[in-house]
Write a protein that binds this ligand. Structure first.
Ligand SMILES: *Cc1c(COP(=O)(O)O)cnc(C)c1O
Length: 291
């Protein structure tokens, strides 16, 4: 039986509920994390928790428990569900208020933790790669909402995702207002050109992914030059390889963008090598669920 953590209690899935007056529901007023556990250890948990608290701080949301306690909430949710490999969804919302926007009327922060098993795409996409489409939706409007904040306000991402669905692709590439590549719907983007691993510079307006950081680390360790830079659609179309990274998606090759084949239209050697190393990395470290 699946149990879910809701504000200090572990409840059966069917009873795990949040009020319709929660501003997370009414306004998308909240922040979240997607975290993975591999073979009994939670990958880079501290980095996720630090980001969660930074996201909360940026939106003037007080998290009433310590980071240490929050880490244990994640581990305990896995334990209660007897999971060793898990996708953990941690949501912190403004809490129950009235119908007005004023966050001061929300007296108690809502904390929810769900641990489950998911694969974002069917197995064949991990083998063959994805098709992506450039989205017209600009979602990284930093002057409104800092793109580093992992907010529950995901509608721009969903609008971009809808564009890829309509285009018959599995993923979207979002551009900044200036026309630079930023990220996918909920993941970061990498290109490989002549052995150089390239990814959009944080200043283009991206969420700094934990997976992105790990891939940059691995690429450097393997001796590939890594550039955090400004990339255009031209760079995407003419890349030798492309892939996306995120906790939910992990690492998936992108083999076609806007009808252009990337490289030879198959996951490339650098992508494959990094994926192999990423597999090893996630199995080699992490916060232990079972002591
Ligand atoms: C979560 C997320 C990512 C990927 O971050 P990870 O820490 O690797 O999971 C990228 N972009 C957006 C918009 C996200 O919400």
């Amino acid at each position: 039986m699946t149990v879910v953590y809701v504000n200090g209690e572990f409840l059966p899935k069917e009873e795990a509920k949040v009020s319709v007056f929660d501003h997370g529901f009414l306004y998308g007023d909240g922040v979240f994390e997607g975290i993975r556990a591999y073979a009994g250890r939670i990958f880079r948990l501290e980095e996720h928790i630090d980001r969660l608290y930074d996201s909360a701080k940026a939106i003037w949301l007080d998290i009433p428990i310590s980071k240490k306690e929050m880490m244990e909430v994640c581990a305990e949710t896995c334990r209660r569900n007897q999971l060793k490999d898990a996708y953990i969804r941690l949501v912190v919302s403004r809490g129950v208020g009235d119908l007005g926007l004023d966050p001061r009327n929300c007296k108690k922060t809502t904390i929810v933790c769900i641990a489950d098993q998911i694969a974002l795409y069917p197995e064949e996409f991990y083998k063959k790669g994805l098709k992506a489409a450039t989205a017209a939706t600009r979602k990284n409007y930093g002057e409104v909402l800092p793109p580093q904040v992992k907010t529950c306000n995901y509608l721009p991402n969903i609008m971009a995702k809808i564009e890829s669905v309509v285009a018959g692709a599995q993923e979207c590439f979002c551009m900044s207002r200036e026309g630079y590549l930023t990220e996918g719907s909920g993941d970061n983007v990498f290109l490989v050109k002549k052995g150089v691993v390239k990814t959009p510079h944080p200043a283009t307006g991206i969420l700094i992914g934990v997976t992105r950081n790990a891939i940059i680390e691995l690429a450097k360790k393997l001796g590939y030059p890594v550039e955090e830079t400004f990339l255009t659609r031209y760079d995407v179309y003419t890349a030798d390889e492309a892939f996306v990274t995120g906790t939910a998606a992990e690492m998936v090759a992108v083999v076609e963008v806007d009808g252009r084949k990337i490289g030879d239209g198959k996951p490339g050697p650098v992508t494959e090598k990094l994926r192999e190393e990423f597999r090893k990395l996630v199995l080699s470290e992490g916060y232990p669920i079972y002591k």
